[in-house]
Design a protein. Sequence first.
Lengths: 488, 182
Amino acid sequence: MTNQPTSEPTDKDNVVTRLDVWLDRRTGIDSILHETLDEPIPGGARWAYIFGSGLLFLFVSQIITGIFLALYYVPSADHAHTVVSYIVKEVTSGSFIRSIHAYGSSGIIILLVLHIGQTIVYGSYKGRRELLWLSGCILLALMLGMAFTGYLLPWDEKAYFASAVGTNLIAEVPLIGPPLQQLIRGGNQMGTLTLSRFYVLHVFVLPGLLISFIAAHVFFFRKAGAAGPIEEDPIHPRLPAVPFYPRQVAMDAVFAVVLIGILAAIALKTPMDLGPAANPADTHFLPRPEWYYLPFFQWLKYLSGHWSLIGGILLPAVLALIFAALPFFDRRLERRPWRRPIVVGAFLLFLVVYVSLGVASHRDDAKDPGVAEQMHKQEEDAKAFMQQPFVPEAAAGSPAAALASAPPEVVKGLALFQAGSCNSCHGEAGIGTAAAGPLTGVGQKYTDAQLLALLRTPDSKMINGGMMPVDLKQDDLEALVAYLRQLH
Amino acid sequence: MELTPQTNEGVKVEPKNRRSFLLALFGLSGAGVSALLAVPLVRFVTYPLRRRAAANTWSEVGPVQDFVAITAPVAKTIMLERRDAWQTTSSQTAVYVLPSRAGQFRILSPICPHLGCSVRWVDDQNKFICPCHAGLFTADGERIAGPPPRSMDSLEAKVEDGVLKVRYQYFRQLVSSKETMA
């Protein structure tokens, strides 16, 4: 960790030193490390500062577990629930990895509240830190978007119905509400397009934006410098500075281990459950969002008529704007919380209201016997589903799936197709193999008479490919043609 | 963190023993995170290596009494279930059940070892004949004449609860020894 120019390596130096010198001359790694690790912190390291790096750590954990989950995930309404069930029930450590990812999102929300709380109580948004604060607000919104879009992906009952309610709210937005809702859902109703849109947002768009804004957030933080303790001047620090490395790094590392330890303990003790597959026709299911959206859900219950627009959309929008604009109107450099009763009080009031609404939601559900019974049933259904062994789904186009409804002639043709080993070259359901091309779509290309003629006397191109004349009775040939005609 | 007391002078370089304590701490943190995350992640990604081959690859051919009295090979259509991760595909295929010899059932794959055409049993000639390139086989599936490089392929058979079962497999064509294809 030196910012001196690296000296010529000598034979006396050990291998590590020589490697370091070699690398540094080609990359400048030492000065990068110096720049990263020797960031001055006025007043020195504190446990209060660990939440930002804790968030970064959990975000990296989410990226890693998310990439691994994508190994087995298919974003399509007809497969999503099966593949998540496969991950949870069949793949080794699958339930654990999914639980770390799912509980990790709750961890991020909790750390966001702590990080924002620390920033507000310490007044660390003050003194030329407007852009730092704004980039943080955008990160908060992006993270809430990640939580919302990720929740739908398992496509079980609670995911489906909670997202249906969540996207219904969008229709309340003045003027552009209904088309916006349709755009986000990919249609009027929740469906497979909703799932692919949420997937693309969750996996490509939002993570890309998150990484960009995290970079901006860290850049603005380094530009403004660490704000230090509450008695410190946020623009011209007076307290002696202590470098970020090693004490703050050590605290951050301990915190990272504690975070992953808590997540792992919860994941092992109560693995994230997966309920039965979404059934849009189920009229009894009571949707409840994840706990961090529950207070907002409860708040909406108190609103009706035009109040739902004012309270459900306009009020949160105005509050969000005021929150984002905080460093622009709170411009005093005073940082001690007891001298800033309005901002600190408003934040505490928000927390109290938020927690109370969450508690009220649970109390409402417990108070109504009908609701309590249904909620209990839903929990039992999810538990029962988790106990059942994994059931693979029949592949589409698999003869067993298609046979059920096919006309008898097609069924007979399929039997002839398989008995004649046509499938050994042309593949199951005529999808083609390395030996011979696909037969799908031949029905559009040829008439029945042409197909019959080609089967009896293949053309020279077919014969060169190894095709033999099909020696069958007329009605068998017709059945085979009927089968070939419906291949697609 | 009482082991590295904070000073107001701004400590640029930690004393050596504290430094090694901190390095040990980072090492421990790294090991802790690795144990908790990396091990399950590696197990997760290498799952296909450890998954045992599908245990139940036996297909039902039919009740044993249907085959005890046969005197010539009989073609039967069987259902093949194949598992592809979270999906199953099923298909039908034909097999030949041969007359039992000393109580042992023998089952042949109808796929010609030459180019994969479907070999037919021709009763009045008492032979298996491949319609594509006129490969000839005895009633036991032994090669007599024609381009096929080997005899017809026999399949594993067993009787379970009075039901004849076969373990269907595909074999490589155009080679003189019987090689299973995955």
